[in-house]
Write a protein that binds this ligand. Sequence first.
Ligand code: ADP
Ligand code: MG
Length: 665
Amino acid sequence: MVYAIPFFKKMDLRLIPLNQIKGIGDKTAQGLAKLGLFDVRDLLWYAPRTYIKYPEIAKINTVSEGQTVAIYAKVDSNLRENKNAKMHVTTFSVHDNTGVFQMVFFRQTYLRSVFQAGSSFVFFGTVHKKGNHLQMEMPEYFKPEDYERKLKSLQPVYALTKGFTSKSIQKYIKTAMDEFFPLKDDLSEEECRKYSFPSLSVALKDFHFPVDRDSFLNARKRLVFDEFRDFLKAINESKKENTSLPTDYVIKDFETGKNYERSLPFPLTDSQKKAIQDIQGDLQSGFAMRRLIQGDVGSGKTLVAFLSMADTVNAGYQCAMMAPTEVLAKQHYDKLCADNENYNLGLKPVLLTGSITAAKKRAIYEGIENGDYDCIIGTHAIFQEKVNFKNLALVITDEQHRFGVKQRESLSNKSNAPHVLIMSATPIPRTLTMTLYADLSVTVMKDLPNKRLPIKSCIIDGKLRNNAYNFIDQEVKAGHQAYIICPMVEESEDSSLENVTDYPNKLQAKFGDRISYSILHGRMKQADKNCVMNDFSDGKTNVLISTTVVEVGVDVPNATVILIENAERFGLAQLHQLRGRVGRGDAQSYCIFLDGSGKCEENERLSVLKNSNDGFFIAEEDLRLRGPGDLDGLRQSGEMNFQIADIIRDYDILMMAKEYTDKSK
Ligand code: ADP
Ligand code: MG
């Protein structure tokens, strides 16, 4: 393999696949692709999920099995090496003034010269118990002064897939930096000075290898600025291109929708009526609709979409509705089919998702092309180029923050200026709506269907977890179902976070086989996810243990309790979304926020949720209470799919970027 680096250096980082980096072969590149990393740009901007700090040094007599700790200890004289075994094993004991401890290293043949008797090191690793003594296997070791420095630094933790560690990802990033830095910088030195930003190259370096908290925060600021700036530029472009775009699809007859509405067993809310009015105004205007419906969870956006679809079909056109997940797409499809049948709407709906077999897909594509189907509901699969619509007049994207701006465009391109309706379930503060959706008309849906009982919420700490379980037990006995949300999929470097994989043990210990549960997370195969969701939806499982993948739109009215573990680690908007999974039926519903930090300052944020079910109020409070934020990336405001930026936490930087882009418009 020959590396033509000087040539690459001039190229767009997007055009350089990862297997061109030294040390990344095809197999590693395939693994990285699973993390969404395809090119050098992806790798360099791969945001750590969180950062951890090395711990303060502990005394040997205070550590116990399972903990990850640092101890400062002196090497005893008898270093033992077992060279005859299949593997070279080095063992030696160390001590501090409180106790002794054992260190074990595998496949390291040079240690005798490192660990000389009487020398002292800081050893960092996880404590294991072997017989009646404690040991670390393959600990990291440092000179005391080096560990001092380490203590100040932050260690990035990346989202991983099999075969990778945060360290290995760091190594690839380091190699890429060595090969391609310094990068071309969009900001001039003068601009960097004006905003007190580091250069792009320094920012990326400090983002992945922060020597201390301040340099990390500055680096992040710079990268967030860039992300907002690029986004706002795209919005400005989109605004230029999309406002007042003439369209052939003029729809003036809304009788079908009216009949549909009259058939419903409930009246529309005032917000729903207003939204429909706005949409009708757009559909008959002769210009392509570009409208965002922003409605709180449960405000009944889906129905608004269906009513518009019925009128569009009646006018002789097709419409498409896209959901961010298969689960949601299927749910919308089932609902539309049910209404179609019950109210004789005469629609020809079809479901198009990634997991449909190739043969079936071909048949569906054909049906879409010749007009056999007029309501196409699906996931991203709809975007595939193979789909040719006969006359697509209306495109609806549900929960749009899961879609990038690009994906939205690619579907609108499929037809001659179709109407586009975007539905977002994330209420955001008004000032943000105006900035982030500058290219769209906005309808806000504030009212909820009023027959529903407001969800009751409480905040507890870990000591009361057992009470929460008893409460879930009670609800399950009454025939209801429950969600339990954990922030992590698997056990992670941060052991204070609950994970979905190990959680069943907790329930098993408490309930035995009396309560049935299943688990759901983003890394499962789509078919398995569907299966789990269907079982839960059909009432076959009592408790669904899930990561935030259930956050978006899932509708299981029989679920009446949601217990959210490590609630302190989520954004308020996200928690509000999660809470919206319950309270969807007639029964009283409950949300239990479990604050794993035990700190009261967190509770000010959580108590906003406890005291209000109004998403728009919560969003404003979130903005008011925003602090510099934790270092972890879990706390996301859930909107817009930014890679590093968070619209609430980084509000001030967003405003800076807005000023910057407005000036250069
Ligand atoms: P969201 O805005 O979160 O997407 P949905 O569209 O899923 O909300 O609606 C939530 C539930 O409320 C659905 O079961 C829906 O049938 C019901 N619903 C919608 N509109 C009304 C209404 N006007 N009155 C009563 N129930 C309604
Ligand atoms: Mg919805």
